[in-house]
Design a protein around this ligand. Structure first.
Ligand code: GDP
Length: 183
């Protein structure tokens, strides 16, 4: 991680956005991934924030600039500027709150309106630690992802399940697309 690849002469910077209803865990997924932190009482602050993570593929440094809506979605005010230039997206719902799963199609419509069709997208069912109050089955998540052509993963920002994996699959897919020059 983070080792220099300057001598290879190639560097990549990919913008990735995280979207989904309020309180599904977007900020905590990002803070878990970028800083290994979790906050049970996080209060969204208004304004867009992003974190940059460095990864290495084939000896090349790949930087993922991951954007969090930071509460804008509460006012249905995620702007086209938020999506602009995004090469990938994590579309998040909360497995313990069905209404957040029902919103996914609206988020996908918005995403597809504002991003390139080749953007790498992952459907994320967060809070999988809340098995006892699960409201959306694993199969429902999988089958929605399949029908929409998305990657899929259930995660827990609380206990770290699949968080790193989810982000890194998206970054890897973007990198592969770029290497194959389809973007
Ligand atoms: P956002 O509005 O989508 O950015 O959601 P936040 O990251 O602010 O999280 C909303 C609430 O859900 C907070 O109280 C978090 O502590 C909680 N939360 C986030 N991720 C998880 C998770 O994986 N498991 C559980 N049990 N709670 C979570």
């Amino acid at each position: 991680m983070g080792s220099s690849s300057e001598d290879e002469g190639e560097e990549y910077l990919f913008k990735i956005v995280i979207i989904g209803d309020s309180a599904v865990g977007k900020s905590n997924l990002l803070s878990r991934y970028a800083r290994n932190e979790f906050n049970m009482h996080s209060k969204a602050t208004i304004g867009v924030e992003f974190q940059t993570q460095s990864l290495e593929f084939d000896g090349k440094e790949v930087k993922a600039q991951i954007w969090d809506t930071a509460g804008q979605e509460r006012f249905r005010a995620v702007t086209s500027a938020y999506y602009r230039g995004a090469f990938g997206a994590l579309v998040v719902y909360d497995i313990s709150r069905r209404s957040t799963f029902d919103s996914i199609s609206r988020w996908l419509d918005e995403l597809k309106t504002h991003t390139d069709t080749t953007a790498a997208m992952m459907l994320v069912g967060n809070k999988c630690d809340l098995e006892s109050i699960r409201d959306v089955s694993l199969e429902e998540g999988k089958s929605l992802a399949e029908s929409e052509g998305l990657f899929f993963m259930e995660t827990s920002a609380l206990d770290s399940t699949n968080v790193k994996k989810a982000f890194e699959i998206v970054v890897r897919e973007i990198y592969d697309n770029v290497s194959r020059k389809v973007l």
